[in-house]
Write a protein of this length. Structure first.
Length: 365
């Protein structure tokens, strides 16, 4: 970063040609912890946290990447400010860009930081009216869907679910993302563009038209369950699976009664646990309701949150997780309604149980 506080509490900015007192004490304006002066190969200075464990690992590559993005934006006529100190929230976003009448923040992240910190930074910047987009560095260019990558996924009408990367002067988008087989992997289509050919107006148009993750309500052949996978699930020693099977047995439910789940994608964006587990719990919870009893998506979500506190399911860290989860709950309820006629959707968005969901039968695997 290019800003710090000196021992008198004054803000100090580094720029080309400045002479800094290396014996002076400098601190991060955001967290107050000590930072040190570092020098790049071209002679320019920047500040870096002395202890990296709790911070984003400010490296020369990270600093270089931010400056390359800024230079590209300025060349295309944008007002792009590097590391502006936002006193109201005590943050230093990487890049703040004027886009029409709105300001947009690009956070360029090259190393792992806690998801909680990403959420806090995003919400604080959004509270100032800023648009916020997270751009990931080279380290995250992989098929494994880590929690940070998942948080950065957004949805665009033409690109589907997508995430942006920047490395080696290339702008990279993984788009039309699809969760695949193992929960921590995903399939995608990739588009690359050299930075000097990137059209920033189109980039910000994509950002402006984007929202939280959209879910797939239909499973492809690769996403749905096979007979072999069902058998593996039943025999799995994983605690979540065993707990669910015990509850299923206790309620005298059969796997045939969960057939709807087998035609639904195995995984969801908002919950790490197999869909069949959280959907099965939800289905059994609805079964315990009285005929004509009304319930809401919020009640379903609170019920799943309770299961999470009991360590029966695990939530993911996707952006606007609650909204995405409610979309996935609603998609599941619609499938129950369409295939069983056991539920009806009321005009106010709530749901009503109109007849018994489960069919009688002996438990079998």
């Amino acid at each position: 970063m290019k800003i710090a506080r000196d021992s008198n509490g004054e803000l100090v900015y580094v720029y080309k040609g400045i002479e800094l007192d290396k014996s002076e004490y400098y601190a991060c304006p955001t967290c107050g912890e000590p930072v040190q002066i570092c020098q790049k190969k071209n002679g320019e200075y920047f500040f870096r946290h002395v202890t990296q464990a709790r911070h984003d690992g400010e490296t020369e590559a990270h600093q270089k990447g931010k400056e390359e993005l800024q230079d590209s934006l300025v060349k295309q006529g944008f007002s792009a400010e590097l590391e502006r100190y936002e006193a109201l929230i005590g943050q230093i976003p990487d890049l703040t860009i004027e886009v029409g009448e709105k300001e947009w923040v690009l956070e360029y992240q090259c190393s792992v930081i806690p998801i909680k910190e990403m959420r806090t930074r995003t919400k604080a910047l959004e509270s100032l009216g800023r648009g916020v987009s997270w751009i990931l560095g080279k380290k995250f260019l992989q098929k494994n869907l880590c929690e940070m990558t998942l948080y950065c996924v957004r949805h665009h009408p033409k690109l589907g679910n997508y995430v942006c990367f920047y490395t080696d002067k290339q702008w990279i988008i993984h788009h039309h993302l699809m969760l695949h087989l193992q929960k921590r992997q995903y399939l995608f289509q990739e588009s690359r563009c050299d930075l000097d050919k990137l059209d920033w107006k189109k980039v910000f148009q994509i950002f402006e038209e984007s929202e939280h993750i959209k879910i797939s309500q239909e499973a492809s052949q690769e996403q749905s369950w096979t007979k072999e996978e069902w058998q593996t699930f039943v025999l799995s020693p994983q605690k979540e699976n065993r707990q669910f099977l015990e509850v299923l047995y206790h309620h005298r439910w059969t796997f045939n009664q969960l057939e709807i789940c087998s035609h639904y994608p195995k995984y969801s964006w908002s919950i790490k646990t197999y869909n069949i587990i959280w959907q099965g719990y939800l289905w059994m919870g609805i079964e315990r309701l009285k005929i004509n009893q009304v319930f809401s998506l919020q009640q379903c979500y609170v019920y799943l949150k309770k299961l999470a506190t009991q360590k029966k399911i695990r939530f993911s860290s996707c952006y606007e997780q609650e909204k995405v989860c409610k979309c996935e709950i609603e998609a599941f309820l619609r499938r129950i309604m369409e295939e069983t006629n056991c539920l009806s959707r009321l005009p106010d968005g709530k749901w009503k149980k109109i007849k018994k969901l489960a069919r009688e039968g002996e438990f079998s695997c």
